[in-house]
Design a protein around this ligand. Structure first.
Ligand code: DGY
Length: 325
């Protein structure tokens, strides 16, 4: 029997071809997120692949039809899925780790460089016809050599960022719950507290998964611990930062530049973002390479296939749903 699969966003061709070969496939192709329409459109579907912008909280999971036996998210981050509620319902949830690590780490370095060199303001100046004569003091940024990079989060993506930043001569520091083995730490110094990391971060890079306990963790008190003139890059999730506190810190010059890929309320972000000086804003494109997005889609399909083959896949976030009851 061919199972029915619904994907809530348009995937690269190779992914759609594989999905169409293996399943009776439906795809949400509208430009706006599927939102509350998911429950209705999922009727009769056996499997769902959802996007990181789809909110699958307990209430949304409750409205899913009983036909849905497996859920995969087209992302490594799964903060948008209430895992406890999915588990209570017996619904396995799959995600797509590893295959996007290099793409996201590359983008983190792009944002570190953009923030350090004021690339967005300089480009805007050129585009708007405000480029004056070459002058030794025009468009002055700062170099990365010898600057301290603080990595908040040192999982697969944090480690990949560390390896890249080391090649730029940055001095590495990190905070996570427990210290890594030296072979994984790329020479980075461990801080057992976030406060300790912030105090030594000329550039702070947020690379930690969002969990309820970490929402708003970078609040006014903690941002004030950064050295004056620090740069901040976020490639993780917007809800880790108290945005009002960050806007204030930028306006006061305490934080001198930002490189942002993620925000609260994406894609309808606070309009004040667009008015901030010295700030590069990207629309959540960390994993947006052809290679990574194709590999992510194929990995999500692998999770769905593992489920239907009766063997829990390696990327299942709640394998306990497969335990005999
Ligand atoms: C992820 O996979 O969590 C990324 O944020 C999506 O680009």
């Amino acid at each position: 029997m061919t199972h029915k699969l619904f994907i809530t966003g348009v995937a690269p061709d190779a992914v759609l071809r594989r999905a169409a070969a293996d399943y009776e496939l439906s795809v949400w192709r509208e430009p706006q997120p599927i939102g509350g329409r998911l429950a209705g459109l999922a009727r009769g579907q056996d499997a769902l692949i959802v996007m990181p912008g789809d909110r699958l909280d307990a209430a949304a999971l409750q409205t899913l039809p009983a036909s849905v036996q497996v859920l995969a998210t087209y992302s490594v981050g799964h903060d948008h899925v209430d895992l406890a509620a999915a588990t209570a319902r017996g619904l396995p949830v799959y995600h797509t780790p590893d295959v996007l690590t290099d793409a996201v780490a590359d983008l983190a370095l792009l944002l570190v460089l953009a923030a350090a060199r004021g690339a967005s303001d300089a480009e805007r100046c050129l585009r708007e016809g405000r480029w004056g004569p070459w002058a030794p003091t025009a468009f002055l940024g700062r170099g990365l050599q010898g600057r301290r990079l603080g990595l908040f989060g040192m999982g697969r993506i944090g480690q990949a960022i560390a390896r890249r930043a080391a090649a730029f001569g940055m001095v590495l520091h990190y905070h996570k719950r427990s210290a890594l083995a030296p072979s994984e730490a790329a020479g980075a110094t461990y801080h057992d507290s976030l406060d300790g990391l912030l105090a030594v971060s000329d550039v702070l890079c947020v690379a930690v998964p969002s969990t309820p306990a970490l929402r708003g963790v970078l609040d006014a008190r903690r941002l004030a611990l950064l050295p004056r003139g620090a740069l901040l890059v976020n490639i993780a999730r917007g809800d880790l930062i108290d945005e009002q506190a960050l806007f204030d810190a930028v306006q006061r010059g305490h934080v001198a530049g930002l490189g942002m890929d993620v925000y609260q309320g994406e894609p309808d972000i606070d309009p004040r973002w667009k008015t901030l000086p010295r700030c590069t804003l990207l629309p959540h494109i960390g994993s947006a390479t052809e290679e990574a997005r194709t590999a992510m889609g194929l990995l999500a399909l692998e999770g769905v296939a593992a489920h239907f083959s009766g063997r829990p896949g390696a990327n299942c976030l709640n394998p306990q749903v497969y335990a005999p009851r």
